[in-house]
Write a new protein. Structure first.
Length: 143
């Protein structure tokens, strides 16, 4: 009877001593924010390209240039991740539609890092003038 109790105890100790596989939590750090600069409030669309140029369509007049958003994804080294971008709700007559410049599927490098770049379009529909911050959502998950 004592021998079987010792075996069970030894087996339990062995199982506890074996490290369980774990995956590092994914984190997204902001490097640069998306910026469209100064725009008119005319109805239409202003698209921010990956080189920072602005392209006007459907009656919108884009002025100057902007800058794309850049993020660093940090997680388990050499792991695959999937990235999704979701548009904002309309605010003051403007909707932000983000567009991934990088692939929606990436592999974190040996240090657990990948760069994500986002451009996008602003769709104007009876927009109000003034300064405005628009939100959009990026989602990152392990593959």
């Amino acid at each position: 009877m004592k021998r079987s109790q010792l075996l069970i105890k030894a087996l339990f100790t062995f199982l506890v001593a074996v490290p369980l596989p774990s995956v590092a939590e994914l984190r997204l750090d902001v490097i640069d924010s998306m910026d469209f600069g100064t725009l008119s409030i005319e109805n239409g669309t202003c698209t921010l390209k990956n080189n920072g140029s602005l392209v006007a369509t459907n009656g919108q007049t884009c002025l100057g240039s902007g800058s794309i958003a850049k993020f660093t994804a940090v997680g388990e080294p050499n792991s695959g991740i999937v990235i999704s971008a979701f548009q904002s709700a309309e605010s003051h007559g403007i909707t932000l539609v983000p567009e991934l410049i990088t692939s929606s599927s990436k592999t974190l490098n040996g240090k657990g890092i990948a760069t994500i770049k986002v451009a996008g379009s602003l769709v104007f529909n009876q927009a109000s003038s003034g300064s405005l911050l628009l939100n959009y959502t990026l989602s990152i998950n392990y593959e």
